[in-house]
Ligand binder design. Sequence first.
Ligand code: ATP
Length: 303
Amino acid sequence: MSAKVVVRDLGKRYGDVQAARGVSFDIDDGEIFGLIGPNGAGKTTTLECIVGLRTPDAGSIEICGIDARQYPREVKQRIGAALQTTALQSDITPREALRLFGSFYRVRTKPEALLARFALTEKADSAFDTLSGGQRQRLALALAFVNAPELVFLDEPTAGLDAQTRRDLRRQVAGMKEQGHTVLLTTHDLGEAQEICDRIAIMNHGRIVATGSPRELIARSEALAAVTLWTSAPVEAVALAACPGVQDLACEGNSARFRTPDAGLTLAALTQSLRDQGIDVIELHVQKATLEDVFLELTSPDR
Ligand code: ATP
C-alpha cells in the first residue's frame, strides 16, 4: 500500500515552547489515522504544519507524493481541512460558503451534494450566525470536501457536540474511508479513536510516543484485565486466590472481582477449580485494557 502522507523529523518551536520535535509518521492510502495526546501535546501544531498553515522549523512533509513544503499550492488542491474553529462571515449561508470555497479549486463538488451529505439542506440558505454549533461543525466538514480531496485533515471534528450529532459525524468520518478518502484526525475522545481509526499515533510533549492500530497499542498496555464473576454458590476466596495471576481479589456473596495479567491462564485454572467445587458460572465479564489505559500509561505527567 502506498503512503499518502510521509512526515519526517518535523519540528516547530514557538519562542521557548518546542511544540513538535522529531515528529515522523506515514499514513497509507485509504487509512483513517488518529493523532491523540493530552492538551498542548502538539497535535494541532503538527496538523497545521502538514496542511501548510504553519511553517515548520525542521523536517519534511510529503503529501500524495508531492513535497508539501516546496509545492504548497499543488498540495492544497488535493487536500481538505476542517480545523478547530471555522470563522466565516456572519451573514454568509452554507450554500454561498460552499460556492465561494469551491471557486478556489480546479476540481469542485456541487454545493447541493455536500449540503445533502452533511444534512444541511434545510439550513442551506440560513445565515452562518444563526447555525447551531453542530450545524457549523457539519458545514466545516462540508467545506473540507468542496474540492473532492484525496486527503482530509480534521482537528477535533466531534468536540463539543451532543451524543447524537457526534455519532452521525463519526459515521460520516467512517464513510469517508469507504468513499476512498484518506483521513488524519485529532480527537480527545479515545472511544471514538478506538472505534474509527485504523492506526493511531499518541503524542506527548511534542513527540510521538507510540504508533499502531488500536489493537496493537492496547496489546502493549501494562494494564491488567479486570474479571468479574457471578456463580451459583459462594466461591471460597482461598480457592480463587490460588489460581495463577489473581490480584486485587474481592469476594462478596456469589460474586467475585479480581485483576490478572493473563486472563486466559487464570480463567483456565478457575474453571477447573469451580468444577471441582461443583459450582456453576452464571456470568463472567472480562474487561481487557482499553486505549484509555495505554494513553494514560504513555502520557502520565511523570513521563
Ligand atoms: P489541545 O489538545 O489542547 O488542542 P494540542 O495537542 O493541539 O493541544 P498545540 O495546540 O499544538 O497542542 O500546542 C502545543 C504547544 O504549543 C502548547 O504548549 C501551546 O501552548 C503552544 N502553542 C500553540 N500555538 C502557539 C502559538 N501560536 N504561539 C505560542 N505557543 C503556541
